[in-house]
Design a protein around this ligand. Sequence first.
Ligand SMILES: CC(C)(COP(=O)(O)OP(=O)(O)OC[C@H]1O[C@@H](n2cnc3c(N)ncnc32)[C@H](O)[C@@H]1OP(=O)(O)O)[C@@H](O)C(=O)NCCC(=O)NCCS
Length: 191
Amino acid sequence: MFGLVALADRGVHDPDYMPFLRAWTREPDGVRQRHSLQYYWRCWASWDVEAWELPFGVWVDDELVGVQTIMAGTFPQARTFETGSWVQRDHQGQGLGKEMRAAVLHFGFAGLDAVRATTGAFHDNTRSLAVTAALGYEPNGDQLRPRDGEPARCLEFKMERADWEPRRRNDIVIEGLEPCLPLFGLDATER
Ligand SMILES: CC(C)(COP(=O)(O)OP(=O)(O)OC[C@H]1O[C@@H](n2cnc3c(N)ncnc32)[C@H](O)[C@@H]1OP(=O)(O)O)[C@@H](O)C(=O)NCCC(=O)NCCS
């Protein structure tokens, strides 16, 4: 967690461009770090079967390079999850975004038995949109979201389990999930 805060301090995106719905990367020094820690603590502290947010650290060898988050509301009933991510700037454009998204799709579909994944990005976030396109999501409309005080077009995407199955990777391994399944409202004995 402290490592992720320090990693974000080294830069997440071009300062002139805001890829996030909440402009946390533009907060002043001191505030940004505190808010980031509060965010990670909140993910643990407010965990509920009906609403959870799970940020996975992303390591290349022993180096922390980013975060891949998976989140859901009413997952036991809707079996739908959403994702969000960032890679520290120095490590972008090297294929990591695609790898980590593929990993979390595997976690959601293979690990949690989900039926749909969703994601979204601002219309001009070319890298994020390229990752989404490369992994085979379908367009699912758009929304206007506030950015820099103005409405900005956010493109939405979805992937059904049937779209993921043919792309399923056999080199991704999930470890340690079984004892955690009740936290997702899932029963290991039914699987
Ligand atoms: C979005 C993000 C997670 C993607 O991770 P990444 O490691 O950079 O992505 P990858 O290298 O796996 O893939 C990038 C894709 O963009 C393409 N790309 C690379 N550089 C690019 C550039 N300067 N402009 C446009 N596209 C570019 C790559 O070719 C690749 O597409 P392809 O699969 O069609 O070849 C990362 O760039 C990031 O953290 N950005 C800032 C935060 C952010 O935008 N988060 C997402 C919010 S929705």
